[in-house]
Design a protein around this ligand. Structure first.
Ligand code: MG
Length: 292
């Protein structure tokens, strides 16, 4: 299933996107529930409720405006900082210089604030004078279904509800300036997400292709088979002492090819368009615009 959040006739709705991505069938949720996007659907799935009985009318997908599937996550988005070997290498002299030397020792985990999430085609606003080094990071994001604490690797995949795409937009100078990364990762609009959530039965997140283009120029292209820390390890790590809840999001890290890793570095400017595609999931495409 592909579950989307969208605006139609001035109201937020959730629905199931058809296999050919041409139509979406609205789901009739209790009043106000769709304001939380697909989160209520995740919670219903955990309770064993069949959402098939909620089907309403079907409309053309191009008649709606897609929003982030979870427009405001219930709390910060967990993010993994160094999860492809080639990316670990390209930033070994900068971002990862002060990190623990052995990339295979422990995952780097930081968070982005929930309010920086925007939709799959929304503009990303450059932040102004606070940063001149804005960068993209194409990432597969895991959406947690059944919650839990101290989830073992062996049981972890049973806690995955589905997947979506995230652009972990980053202000590199701000990221480098502070010991912690959260500020440079959390500027308003710095987490484009979408185009929908694909449920785990319909996509193997452990073996899919992540690609990114800037103004049509290929920049990132890798398989999630190349992860340093696989999805079960990430879930085990994030849930160690912290209870995960339905709808929590873990962005799994970005492949090589970020702007900072190029020689010389190439950062984003107003007018640039970043397109991210993940096989079996879809596409998000966001224009970067002047500060507002
Ligand atoms: Mg990232």
């Amino acid at each position: 299933m592909r579950l989307a959040t969208f605006m139609l006739d001035g109201q937020r709705h959730v629905g199931m996107v058809s296999d050919d991505a041409r139509h979406v069938t609205l789901l009739d949720l209790p009043a106000g529930a769709a304001d939380r996007g697909v989160l209520p659907l995740v919670e219903m799935a955990v309770r064993g409720t069949d959402i098939g009985t909620l089907r309403g009318r079907t409309v053309a997908l191009d008649s709606v405006r897609l929003e982030a599937p979870i427009p405001v996550p219930r709390r910060n988005v967990f993010c993994v900082g160094r999860n492809y070997h080639a990316h670990a290498k390209e930033l070994s002299g900068s971002v990862f210089k002060a990190s623990n030397a052995d990339p295979a020792a422990w995952p780097i985990v930081f968070t982005k604030v929930p309010e920086c999430v925007v939709g799959p085609t929304d503009d990303v606003a450059l932040p102004g004078e606070v940063s001149t080094q804005i960068d993209y990071e194409a990432e597969l994001a895991v959406v947690i279904g059944k919650g839990g604490k101290n989830i073992s690797r062996d049981e972890a995949m049973g806690h995955v509800y589905g997947y979506t795409i995230v652009n972990d937009v980053t202000a590199r100078d701000v990221q480098m300036r502070h010991q912690q990364w959260d500020l440079g990762k959390s500027f308003d609009t710095f987490c484009p997400m979408g185009p929908w959530v694909v449920t785990a039965d319909a996509l193997d997140g452990t073996d899919t292709r992540v690609r990114c283009w800037v103004n049509g120029e290929p920049r990132q292209d890798a398989s999630t088979r190349d992860f340093i820390f696989d999805i079960p390890t990430l879930i085990e790590t994030c849930s160690r002492g912290i209870t995960l809840h339905p709808g929590d999001i873990i962005a799994t890290g970005t492949p090589a090819g970020v702007g900072m890793g190029l020689t010389p570095p190439r950062y984003l400017a107003a007018g640039d368009v970043v397109r991210i595609e993940i096989d079996g999931l879809g596409v998000i495409e966001n224009r970067f615009v002047a500060p507002r």
